[in-house]
Ligand binder design. Structure first.
Ligand code: FEC
Length: 307
């Protein structure tokens, strides 16, 4: 291994401020501005999560710093520098790669703060980074997925066990655990995309380690487009479970690794409101954020790319 290594840590990105939401949303929509109603709806969601504050920015900053520390502690023969590259906000993926080139890095690893591979998600990040790296003569090696890393499964399993303790002893046995992830357009199924299978594998591994038998998978946060998205949606599942007499539900958003809009609004506000209406006790597992086992999983994944 080189004794100096760059790591491009890629994440979704979030607006810099309330007045940057339109630019951010336009970028997500590949240059097509949202309608005034769509924009208003998104602004309201950001306002609802602690008053227009953007937690994903701080969380990504902390994760990138924690990964750099972990790498330098675990592999002290190399000097590791982590660079941030965001999909939809500054610093963009290309900015992170450019910075590595300017800093004289010749070989680097890249990974996305999302453990499951889809050509429509992680594949898109990698393509952009690879293109920019090739232009600048930087050699890059990418992790496509790390969804079964034992430390990731440990960290998630511990969170499921802790969250189950929020239910009363009598209710605990009847809790339905819903593993969730961001939905994608259904057309990924025709492409034989590994995303749904990898998510099921993570859910199965966590269930096995936690001794769960009463669980299922649900999709969340589907986009507002004409395309058909993967289902069933978590809101629909909550209604079905209610019809089946279930009154205790734990959501484990296994496709996300930090607190952001899709957790703090879609689950904590939207799902909770429906659960309250239905008389369901709904709990959620804590996000991984900078969990040391998660950082170790990322560090080992990165180091294996440069061996
Ligand atoms: O906290 C924040 O500011 C950002 C939270 C956030 C995360 C996230 C992760 C994923 N997305 C994925 C796919 C899509 C597809 C579309 C899409 C649209 C949005 C919109 C917002 C948004 N996403 Fe996102 N996503 C986050 C936020 N996402 C806001 C636009 C409004 C809306 O639809 O709600 C549809 C694009 C289109 O219209 O064509 C597809 C996937 C992930 C998980 C993997 C990853 O992190 O990359 C997949 C966090």
């Amino acid at each position: 291994m080189n004794n100096r290594a760059g790591v491009l840590v890629m994440s979704y990105g979030t607006p810099e401020s309330m007045d940057r939401i339109e630019a951010y949303y336009t970028h997500i929509r590949r240059g097509h501005p949202p309608s005034p109603e769509q924009l208003e709806n998104l602004k309201k969601r950001y306002e609802a999560i602690v008053g227009g504050f953007f937690p994903l920015r701080e969380n990504t900053d902390r994760q990138v710093a924690a990964l750099e520390q972990t790498l330098n502690r675990m592999y002290p023969d190399t000097v590791w520098t982590c660079y941030q590259g965001l999909k939809h906000a500054r610093p963009f993926i290309e900015d992170g790669v450019q910075q590595m080139i300017e800093d004289g890095i010749v070989e680097a690893a890249g990974l996305v703060l999302a453990p499951h591979y889809s050509a429509m998600s992680v594949g898109g990040y990698i393509k952009r980074a690879q293109e920019k790296a090739e232009q600048g003569g930087l050699r890059m090696h990418f992790a496509k997925n790390y969804h079964l890393h034992p430390d990731l499964i440990d960290a998630l399993s511990e969170r499921v066990s802790e969250a189950l303790d929020k239910f009363s002893r009598t209710d605990r046995d009847s809790v339905k655990v819903l593993f969730t992830a961001h939905s994608l357009p259904e057309k990924i199924l025709e492409m034989r995309d590994p995303y749904p299978a990898q998510l099921t594998e993570t859910a199965e591994a966590v269930s096995k380690q936690t001794g769960l038998s009463n669980w299922q998978f649900a999709w969340q946060s589907a986009g507002q487009t004409d395309a058909k998205w993967l289902g069933p949606d978590v809101l629909e599942v909550l209604r079905t479970l209610h019809g089946d007499g279930v009154r205790n539900v734990l959501i484990c958003p296994v496709g996300f690794v930090s607190d952001h809009l899709e957790i703090l609004y879609d689950i904590d506000i939207e799902c909770r409101a429906l659960a309250n209406e239905l008389g369901i006790q709904l709990e959620r597992t804590e996000s991984l954020n900078t969990d040391p086992r998660f950082m170790k999983a990322l560090a080992e994944t990165v180091a294996s790319l440069l061996q």
